[in-house]
Design a binder for this molecule. Structure first.
Ligand SMILES: [Zn+2]
Length: 283
C-alpha cells in the first residue's frame, strides 16, 4: 500500500511537471515590451544657437550623414537593396559600415594593448543574398530572416579572440572587456543577457552593434535595448547629454544649427525620423 502511494505521488509529480512545462512553452514571448524606466535625457533649449528647419535632403547637404542609428529588427526590416555604406576595414577584406571603421579600430587596439591579443571578426557585412543562404544553411531558429539582420547594414560585427568564439567569448578576459566597455567605443551589446525578453533574442556576447557616441553610452547608462531607443526622444525637441545635444526630427522638417561652432551629424533611424547629434566645440 505504501509503495502504491509513493508511485501515485511520483506519477502526479511527473504530470504536474509536464503540464507546467507545456504551460511555459506555449506562453507567448514578451518580445519588445517597453523597458524604459525613466527618461535619462534632460530636455534643453537651444535658443542660444541659430537654427534652420529644412527637409532632410537639404540638411544632408550641409552636414555629414551616417547610418549608425538605423533600427533593424523583425518589425522593422530593411529592403533587399538598402544602400548600406560599406567599405573594407583596413586591408582585411572585411566589409564594415564606413561609420564604424575608426571606433572599431580603437576597440581592436584596446584589446591589443590590454591583453596583447587580437580581436577578430567572424562575420560583419552580409548582403541580403548572403542572409538567404545563411538562413537556408542554419535554419530559422538560429539565423535571422533576410532583411531583419543588422549584418546587412555592416553596423554589426561578430567578434572573437582565439579559442573563445561564439558563446564562449564571454568566458575570455577580452570578451568580458568588450561586453563591459564597448559602450565607450560607440558599440552596444545588441542582445544583452538581461534583456532577452525585450529583444526576443538569446544573449549574444559576440554580436556588437555600432550606434556611435554618445548614443551607446545613453543606452548602457539606462539599461535599455536599442529597439526602444527612439522612444526616449519626443520629436522636435532637443536633449542634453554630457557635451552633446541630440534631437530627433521628422524627415520633412529637420532643425539644424547654422553658423555653429561644433560637430553636427545626421542619422536616419528608419522610422521616418533623423537624429541630429550635436557636439559642442571644446572651449
Ligand atoms: Zn551577429
Amino acid at each position: 500500500m505504501k509503495k502504491f502511494i509513493i508511485q501515485a505521488f511520483i506519477g502526479i509529480a511527473i504530470i504536474f511537471v509536464m503540464l507546467a512545462g507545456m504551460f511555459l512553452y506555449f506562453q507567448p514571448k514578451a518580445v519588445h515590451a517597453r523597458s524604459i524606466r525613466s527618461n535619462p535625457l534632460k530636455e534643453t533649449s537651444i535658443s542660444d544657437i541659430e537654427t534652420i528647419t529644412i527637409p532632410f535632403e537639404q540638411a544632408a547637404s550641409m552636414y555629414p550623414t551616417n547610418q549608425a542609428l538605423l533600427l533593424v529588427n523583425e518589425a522593422h526590416p530593411i529592403s533587399e537593396d538598402y544602400p548600406s555604406n560599406v567599405v573594407e576595414y583596413k586591408t582585411s577584406g572585411v566589409l564594415m559600415n564606413e561609420c564604424v571603421i575608426e571606433d572599431y579600430s580603437s576597440l581592436s587596439a584596446a584589446i591589443t594593448n590590454k591583453f596583447n591579443n587580437s580581436l577578430y571578426v567572424s562575420s560583419s557585412y552580409r548582403s541580403y543574398e548572403d542572409q538567404v543562404r545563411v538562413l537556408e544553411e542554419e535554419g530559422p531558429a538560429i539565423a535571422a530572416q533576410p532583411g531583419t539582420s543588422e549584418h546587412q547594414t555592416g553596423l554589426a560585427q561578430d567578434v572573437y579572440v582565439m579559442y573563445f568564439g561564439g558563446g564562449a567569448f564571454i568566458k575570455s578576459d577580452e570578451g568580458q572587456f568588450v561586453n563591459s566597455n564597448c559602450y565607450d567605443y560607440g558599440y552596444i551589446i545588441r542582445y544583452p543577457y538581461a534583456m532577452q525578453d525585450y529583444t526576443g533574442f538569446a544573449y549574444e556576447p559576440w554580436h556588437i552593434r555600432y550606434v556611435g557616441l554618445p548614443h551607446s553610452k545613453i543606452i548602457e547608462d539606462n539599461s535599455i535595448v536599442f529597439d526602444d531607443y527612439a522612444e526616449l526622444y519626443e520629436p522636435n525637441k532637443f536633449y542634453e547629454y554630457e557635451d552633446y545635444i541630440i534631437g530627433r526630427m521628422p524627415l520633412d522638417a529637420v532643425t539644424v544649427p547654422v553658423n555653429f561652432d561644433g560637430e553636427v551629424t545626421l542619422s536616419e533611424d528608419g522610422l521616418g525620423y533623423c537624429f541630429v547629434t550635436i557636439r559642442k566645440a571644446a572651449k
